[in-house]
Design a protein around this ligand. Structure first.
Ligand code: J2J
Length: 544
């Protein structure tokens, strides 16, 4: 197995001093602040699901038992552990338990399959995998077997029926043990990037940078101990985890309610059951909820704030949210690499509807630049570069990407095309990076193209976005194939067989004889994608 070295995230001294002096960074850690809440109000409900309600003290003690069990299983401080769990209470006992044992969780999404999980295990040099028996009709033990077949003997712990794997319930039922709190400057976990070109990059976030975003996000979103946040997007994702998400809610001493899906039926039932006050969704879900709310049989009257983020929210759709759901709309434009922007709850309606808000911190530095890296004129669109007290300076073990993704001065190149209003709010206009944003789910086009090109009958393939009224964008594969061309159905099955998350399977296929070329020969793949995108505005050209 590839050795990648310990995950690090280090800001230059002058910046670290500034963030410490400003009071942004403190000595709090993620498992440490949860412990403090559990000691302050042990009986308050931390997590509520359709299955039951769990107090802060209970989650705290179960996490300590998991920590002891993971250590007893031979895992050592600093080891990475891939976590793939749906929205269930065990997500938190696994996460805090791993951190308390000194381990570094790597957050996989429930939709990820063999190729992604293997990439996370190898890319992080992980020593264990925690997953569940079944979620959304899929048996994750099958996945665990596939992963083991590829990476060798990897300890696996399964929530639910464990079969031949380690039982997570047994870990939780063990004797709790208290280990030292981690170093606040150390890496707390590896989050996944949605914004880059190839396979997901691993993002090392430290305790103190992340706790800072939780504290400020909870303040900006006006959370209190009475807040009830609904985790309805996959809670491993950075948005529902931290903006302010489940962890920001724990920080404020509130309650996290969990739903297994953001469908109106599942989510509305949870809102009524737990008297949810705030939640965060992606644009297509906000649109579905706005349509479903007026006739729902569920009582949504407790809901005060609906956050929408992860992808561009069209102003026409944004305008419908508040009247349909009786809430305040908050737009959130963030990234797992760090920077998060919010519209504030007391912003005028025009700002809430038309913009993606402004940064968390006065120390978030933003530059909007043209193709040459020069600042654009006020109000013009350009690529957003950023650095600050919770934006990473490097990805884990990926020198090539680090060289491209950060400027010499340490700014992260977001790949997003944005402009800024005179009041300082950002508007996301598009992207310069090769990622399709399918309703908030990020598809790295190169990864999918490589899978397609791996098919024996495919000569070349390019993945391009097509505008979609609900998702914003969907994916279309433009394929040059041998004669006779394989059916779209066959190529879809091929991609699935390669063990890829379902949301990456192309929505449409178009077969062509040749790609456009310039007079000077083969064109750059980026230009090719752009050229094909322009010629594909007619959706009738698709085979389905
Ligand atoms: C347009 N594009 C957006 C928005 C993200 C909070 C909220 C979202 C994420 C997230 C997150 C957008 N309008 N409102 O981590 O803490 C696109 C941009 C961005 C990329 C990041 C959070 N909000 N985006 O979506 O790492 O292109 O994080 O660079 O998954 O999503 O994706 P991701």
């Amino acid at each position: 197995m590839r050795r990648t070295g310990a995950p690090r995230q280090i800001w230059p001294d002058e910046f670290a001093r500034r963030y410490l002096d400003a009071g942004h960074w403190t000595d709090e850690t993620l498992p440490g602040f949860f412990r403090a809440r559990a000691e302050a109000h042990p009986d308050r409900i931390a997590v509520a699901t359709a299955e039951g309600r769990h107090s802060y003290a209970e989650i705290d003690a179960r996490s300590d038992a998991v920590a002891a069990g993971l250590r007893a299983a031979g895992l050592e401080p600093g080891d990475r552990i891939v976590l793939q769990l749906p929205n269930i209470a065990e997500f938190f006992t696994a996460m805090f338990g791993a951190m308390r044992a000194g381990l570094i969780p790597v957050y996989a999404l429930p939709a990820h399959r063999r190729s992604e999980i293997v990439h996370f295990v190898q890319g992080s040099d992980a020593r264990a995998f925690i997953t569940c028996d079944r979620a959304v009709g899929y048996d994750h033990r099958v996945l665990a077997r596939e992963v083991r077949a590829e990476v060798g003997d990897l300890p696996v712990f399964v929530v639910g029926e464990a079969e031949e794997f380690g039982s997570f319930a047994a870990l939780e039922a063990g004797e709790p043990e208290r280990f030292d709190d981690p170093d606040p400057a150390s890496v707390a976990f590896l989050q996944l990037s949605g914004g880059s070109t190839g396979l997901s990059k691993l993002i090392p976030r430290t305790h103190r940078d992340y706790v800072y975003t939780l504290r400020e996000s909870a303040r900006i979103c006006e959370l209190s101990a009475d807040s009830v946040y609904l985790g309805t997007l996959p809670i491993a994702h950075n948005f529902p985890m931290s903006s302010p998400g489940t962890l920001g809610t724990f920080y404020a001493g509130g309650t996290v309610s969990l739903a297994l899906s953001p469908s109106p039926d599942a989510a509305f039932a949870a809102i009524e059951r737990d008297r949810v006050t705030i939640t965060g969704v992606v644009p297509p879900i906000a649109i579905l909820w706005s349509r479903a709310a007026p006739t729902t049989r569920f009582d949504l009257s407790s809901l005060e704030v609906l956050q929408v983020g992860g992808a561009r929210f069209a102003p026409e759709a944004a305008r419908q949210v508040e009247p349909a759901l009786g809430v305040t709309l908050q737009q959130v434009y963030g990234m797992a690499e760090g920077l998060v922007n919010y519209t504030r709850l007391d912003d005028p309606e025009e700002v809430r509807v038309n913009t993606q808000g402004r940064p968390i911190s006065a120390d978030d530095e933003l530059r909007i630049v043209d193709l040459r890296g020069e600042p654009v004129a006020d109000g013009e669109a350009g690529e957003l570069l950023t650095r600050g007290p919770y934006t990473i300076r490097r990805y884990h073990a990926d020198a090539d990407t680090n060289a491209r993704a950060f400027t010499a001065e340490g700014f992260y190149r977001t790949g997003d095309l944005v402009s800024r209003t005179p009041e300082g709010n950002l508007v996301v206009r598009g992207r310069v990076s090769d990622v399709i944003n399918r309703g908030g789910e990020k598809i790295p086009v190169e990864e999918v193209e490589n899978h397609l090109i791996g098919h024996a009958q495919v000569v070349d393939a390019v993945l391009v976005p097509i505008p979609d009224p609900l998702l914003g964008e969907r994916s279309c594969a433009v394929v040059i194939a041998d004669d006779p061309a394989p059916a779209a159905r066959e190529l879809r099955a091929w991609i699935r067989e390669r063990g890829v998350a379902g949301f990456k399977v192309p929505d449409q296929f178009v077969f062509v004889d040749a790609f456009p070329s310039t007079g000077v020969g083969k064109i750059d793949r980026r230009d090719l994608r752009a050229a094909l995108k322009r010629t594909l505005h007619d959706p009738e050209s698709s085979d389905e």
